[in-house]
Design a protein around this ligand. Structure first.
Ligand SMILES: NC(=O)C1=CN([C@@H]2O[C@H](COP(=O)(O)OP(=O)(O)OC[C@H]3O[C@@H](n4cnc5c(N)ncnc54)[C@H](O)[C@@H]3O)[C@@H](O)[C@H]2O)C=CC1
Ligand SMILES: C[N+](C)(C)CC(=O)CC(=O)[O-]
Length: 496
């Protein structure tokens, strides 16, 4: 996998800010140029949203956050970057000027992406000295959560640039799709434009309100699209005969007056006012930042659900997330020893994600086991049992767990876990985990677990090697000085 080592973002608005957060959270240093007087506040708010979302999205070890620097000039920002992302407003003259300036100042091997929603790369690269390294990298908002990037080359873009670009996206958790022929608005915005155009007509003609229109999408095909797109969804809609039957049955409708797609609605003041008013009513007082938070929590829940799709193998964007996490585990495997190993080890920091909350409005029981399981995994990485160790044929298996629920964890609540080793020998590792509210330190739950070191191919318990045992025993020796935690050794129904 080839990685971006230093990024530059030119323009730090909605999309530039999203790119900045995506790069930083993937551990990449970013230099930013945006003349807007409040650029650093705006970018800071996007990064804060992204950090909140990632804390809910994944328990995998993210790399240390990249360094963010705001530069006084474009030249300063791009000089030593190997990926430069332009995200200035959608005007051909402005973008051409900015890209030409980037081209003059950038390293010869730098890749230069434009976030344009629909301008042709051939038009963008017209005045560049090295047009072969310019491509469109069209992302979707919010860039830090939605993984897709449409990669489109112009007439002068080299095949090597496209290859290099596609290789650099998986390490930042993104999926590049190469659009083979350049066309205005590429693929995604062509589809969105068609829907948007039709939607504007439906409001203009008083067929429905903006809220009804959004309900029609989000309670029906919007849910389908997130997981199967259009063609695969319609294949299923064709019944057992599949796509061919679907085309035969619904093909004739295409000639009926079901759309007004070719007509352009007049966005006059009256229509703008009507949409604006209905949109305000729909928002019911929620600010843009509040809506962004709700959107992000929902997206995290959807991505996590898709991660468990297809019998746990992961599906679509969820499969991509699963693969990304695998890389993070492989790379971040070497957990850093907490500052004071003589205390219970603080190992997992997370937030209660929407997908974790049940009908009682709090974290559901199996998610406790997930957080405690993640805590055991973090301990194991700390003692050298990382992905490579497991793939080489040995691991620890959990053979017994006892969880006590002492408090409640609510949606979005920041929580952390700590681990005390109660005892350890060649094969056994006996641990006591606690789960706390991060804001108050209050104890929410405990878990006592017994793990056995195994030869996973032979399927039997075997002694752990000295390298692992030495580390386990060093922690166990300092934890032996601690008092036995309250609740250790309890079983269900026991009298206090
Ligand atoms: N907003 C969206 O949903 C999406 C937008 N895009 C594309 O991303 C690009 C940026 O759009 P947004 O972020 O929405 O716009 P925006 O208006 O939120 O941000 C543009 C930023 O560029 C800055 N800027 C203006 N001139 C500049 C210059 N000469 N040098 C550096 N910075 C400069 C502005 O100060 C502003 O912060 C556009 O090409 C747009 O089509 C792509 C995907 C989705
Ligand atoms: C409205 N838009 C054309 C700027 C939208 C996009 O380009 C992609 C998105 O995030 O919807």
């Amino acid at each position: 996998m080839t990685k971006i080592s230093k990024a530059a973002c030119i323009g730090g608005g909605v999309i530039g800010g999203g790119w900045i957060a995506r790069f930083l959270l993937a551990g990449i240093d970013v230099d930013v140029f945006d003349p807007h007087p409040e650029a650093s506040r705006i970018v800071g708010e996007v990064i804060a949203n992204a950090e909140k979302a990632y804390a809910m999205l994944t328990g995998a070890p993210l790399p240390p956050r990249g360094r963010l620097r705001f530069c006084q000039t474009l030249v300063e920002a791009v000089t030593d970057a190997d990926w430069i992302q332009e995200s200035v407003p959608e005007r051909l003259d402005l973008k051409r000027g900015v890209l030409t300036e980037i081209d003059a100042a950038a390293r010869p091997d730098a890749l230069i992406g434009s976030s344009t929603s629909g301008l042709l790369p051939t038009d963008l690269q017209r005045d560049m000295r090295h047009p072969e390294r310019l491509f469109v990298a069209h992302p979707y908002n919010p860039v830090y959560l939605l993984p897709l990037v449409e990669i489109v080359g112009g007439e002068k873009t080299s095949a090597a640039t496209i290859r290099a670009t596609m290789e650099r996206l998986p390490p930042i958790g993104m999926k590049g799709v190469h659009i083979a022929k350049e066309i205005e608005a590429f693929v995604g915005d062509r589809l969105l434009e068609a829907l948007w155009r039709e939607a504007l007509w439906l409001i203009h003609d008083d067929i429905c309100t903006v809220e009804t229109l959004d309900d029609v999408i989000r309670y029906s095909f919007g849910l389908r699209w997130a997981q199967m797109g259009l063609f695969q969804t319609y294949r299923i809609a064709g019944g057992e005969a599949g796509m061919r039957h679907f085309l035969a049955q619904f093909g004739p409708c295409l000639a009926w007056p079901w759309t007004k797609l070719t007509d352009v609605v007049d966005l006059d003041e009256a229509l703008i006012e009507k949409i604006g008013r209905q949109s305000d009513e729909q928002a019911a007082g929620l600010s843009i930042r509040e809506l962004e938070r709700i959107r992000d929590e929902n997206l995290v829940g959807i991505l996590q659900a898709l991660k468990g799709g297809d019998g746990g193998k992961g599906w679509g964007a969820g499969k991509l997330l699963k693969d990304f996490e695998r890389t993070l585990w492989a790379e971040g495997g070497g957990e850093a020893m907490p500052a004071d190993p003589s205390r219970p080890l603080r190992l997992v920091e997370t937030k209660v994600s929407p997908a974790w909350v049940d009908y009682n409005g709090h974290m559901t029981e199996h998610r406790y086991l997930q957080v405690f399981g993640d805590t055991s995994d973090a301990l194991l990485r700390l003692v050298g049992v990382d992905l490579a160790y497991v793939e080489a044929g040995h691991s620890y298996y959990t053979v017994e767990s006892h969880i006590r629920h002492l408090g409640e964890a609510k949606l979005g609540q920041a929580i952390h876990s700590a681990c005390q080793i109660l005892s350890a020998d060649e094969k056994r590792l006996h641990v006591f985990h606690t789960l706390h509210d991060t804001a108050t330190g209050e104890l929410i739950a405990t878990a006592e677990q017994m793990l056995l070191h195994v030869d996973s191919k032979a399927g039997k318990a075997v002694a752990a090697p000295a390298a692992v045992l030495d580390r386990v025993k060093a922690i166990a020796a300092s934890h032996a000085e601690l008092a036995l935690p309250e609740g250790a050794g309890r079983h269900v129904g026991q009298r206090r």
